[in-house]
Each structure stands twice: as structure tokens, then as C-alpha cells.
Design a binder for this molecule. Structure first.
Ligand SMILES: [Zn+2]
Length: 313
């Protein structure tokens, strides 16, 4: 294959990350720019196109296509982001808009950001060689992707694996989606912060219980030092993650569950053992026999997006 390079764009609420990746998974160039979503979709699309142009210039040889990972509800065939709350986007025609700004004939591939990450793990990360696996990403929220027989499970309207909004407790915390007790109200950076606020009184000796501006990083640092409040909140998150894993294991019988996302990776040493124990408590044993749980190996967010180019070939 002569066109052995792919460009990736990870479109986030605060930043846009770009990567130029070769067919062996080496990252040849990386860029990032603030999203500045408040300036509106046209300005953001201009910045995406400028970043892609910079990668094409850097490549110095043909690029097989551009993969774009986006948050929100989208249509990967039509290339339309129907609704992305973080971006304030409604019905943005990404393919049409970018084609006007990019060299003619350059193939474009749009997917949900978590689907892009899962494809990256399948090609070059923790899921290399796996045909059936689940990817879960805990960051500011909780998202996921499922791959069965080497193909992404998309669902009828590309909303499959919206596990962050699976309610684990209909009387629980109010989620941004309007439902109560969604998994991401517990398994996320915001979930840890809410947990510290709610359970602080049980652990008055914890410095976290009196700190007005606690951060996720502070909670993880406290856990490293054995802080009981931090450990209790991480235990709650681990058990909730285990419930989500149990649902995924029952539905897909994966060989592997890969856990990524900023918070998922940073807190893996606390979350994963608790989650695995909880999952195994809840599932028909043959469905989880041989199931492995692994940490994500792809840390460059735009790399998964670039891999969308090869996923479709
Ligand atoms: Zn929700």
C-alpha cells in the first residue's frame, strides 16, 4: 500500500487533537488547538481543516484519509453530528463542510469518539488480535464501544453502548441527561467529586472532607496515601464500573474489556480489581470465563480517530 498514512482528529469540548499515523502505528506528527466551541461550528470546522492541512503538509506523501472522532449523537454514514452538547452542535454536516475546506477526493470517516478509540485499541493497543471486546472510557463522563467479530456494534441509530447513561439507581444522583443514577454519575471524574461531597461527613479526618476545591487529581493523590474517604469513593466507582461490565459481559460475551479514558487510566489500580470482583459476582460464570480486563494502551486520543481510515478498508 503506497498510501500508508492516516490523519486523525479527536474533537473534544475544550481541545482538538490531531495525529498523523503510519500503518505500523507510529505517530509521525501531533498537533492540538483549543476548540473554542463558543465561536460556532464554522469557526471550529475551519480550525479542524487547518489542522488537517498542517498534517497533510507534514506527511509529504499521500494520506489515505482522515478519521474524525466526535462526541455526541452522530451519523457516520451521512457524516452529520446531530447533537453534541459539549460543542453546542446541532445538525452539523461535517463531511460536507470539511470537503469544502480540504483537497478533493480525500476520504473522511466520522465516528463517535469512543468507537474511534476502540478501533485504535484493536489495531495498535490493548485489544490487538481481539475480535470480540468491549471498550469503556471513564473521563469527565463514561462512554463505551463494543466490537463483535471485528466490527463495531453501532445499533439502529448509532447509539449502541451508551453505557454511561445506563441507570444503576433510579433514585440516585441526577445526571445531565435528565435520568437519575446513570453509571457516569459515579464512574467519572465528576462522580468522584460528587462522592467526596456526599460521603465527606463519614470521614471527618480526611483532608478531602473539608477542602472546598477538591479535584480528581487530589482524590487520586489522597488514595495513594491511604485516605479512607478517597478509597471509599473509588470503591463505589469500581463497583458501579463492575455493574456496567457485567451488563456488557452478558450481552456480548467479550474476550476482553479494555478500560481507558483519563480517569479510567489514572485510577485503574483502584477501579479495576473492584470492578472485576463485582462483575464476576453478577454474571453467569460461563459468560466471563477467560474474560480479561486490561488498561487502555492508546494514550494519544487522535490515534484511534486515524485508525478509522484503516477500519473501513
Ligand atoms: Zn445520564
Amino acid at each position: 500500500m503506497t498510501e500508508s498514512l492516516a490523519a486523525g482528529v479527536d474533537l473534544g469540548g475544550t481541545k482538538i487533537a490531531f495525529a498523523l499515523v503510519d500503518r505500523e502505528g507510529a505517530v509521525l506528527d501531533m498537533q492540538r488547538t483549543p476548540t473554542l466551541a463558543s465561536e460556532g461550528p464554522a469557526a471550529v470546522l475551519d480550525r479542524i481543516a487547518a489542522g488537517i492541512h498542517a498534517l497533510l503538509d507534514e506527511a509529504g506523501r499521500p494520506v489515505a484519509g482522515v478519521g474524525i472522532g466526535s462526541p455526541g449523537h452522530l451519523d457516520p454514514v451521512a457524516g452529520v453530528v446531530h447533537n453534541a452538547v459539549n460543542l453546542g452542535w446541532q445538525g452539523v454536516r461535517v463531511y460536507d463542510e470539511l470537503r469544502r475546506r480540504l483537497p478533493p477526493g480525500l476520504p473522511l470517516y466520522l465516528q463517535k469518539d469512543t468507537n474511534a478509540s476502540a478501533v485504535g485499541e484493536m489495531l495498535f493497543g490493548a485489544a490487538r488480535g481481539a475480535r470480540d471486546f468491549v471498550y469503556l472510557a471513564a473521563g469527565t463522563g463514561l462512554g463505551g464501544a463494543a466490537v463483535t467479530g471485528g466490527r463495531l456494534v453501532t445499533g439502529a441509530a448509532n447509539n449502541a453502548m451508551e453505557v454511561g447513561h445506563l441507570s444503576l439507581d433510579p433514585d440516585g444522583r441526577l445526571c445531565g441527561c435528565g435520568t437519575r443514577g446513570c453509571a457516569e454519575t459515579v464512574v467519572s471524574g465528576l462522580g468522584l467529586l460528587a462522592g467526596v461531597r456526599e460521603r465527606g461527613a463519614e470521614f471527618p479526618s480526611s483532608p478531602l472532607s473539608s477542602g472546598p476545591d477538591v479535584t480528581t487529581q487530589a482524590i487520586l493523590a489522597a488514595a495513594t496515601n491511604g485516605d479512607r474517604l478517597a478509597l471509599a469513593v473509588l470503591d463505589d466507582a469500581g463497583r458501579a464500573l463492575g455493574e456496567v461490565m457485567a451488563a456488557c459481559a452478558c450481552l456480548f460475551n467479550p474476550a476482553l474489556i479494555v478500560v481507558g479514558g483519563g480517569m479510567g487510566r489514572a485510577a485503574a489500580r483502584w477501579l479495576l480489581p473492584v470492578a472485576e470482583r463485582e462483575m464476576r459476582r453478577r454474571v453467569f460464570p460461563p459468560a466471563v470465563e477467560g474474560l480479561r480486563i486490561a488498561e487502555s494502551e492508546i494514550t494519544i486520543s487522535a490515534m484511534g480517530a486515524a485508525c478509522l481510515v484503516w477500519y473501513d478498508q
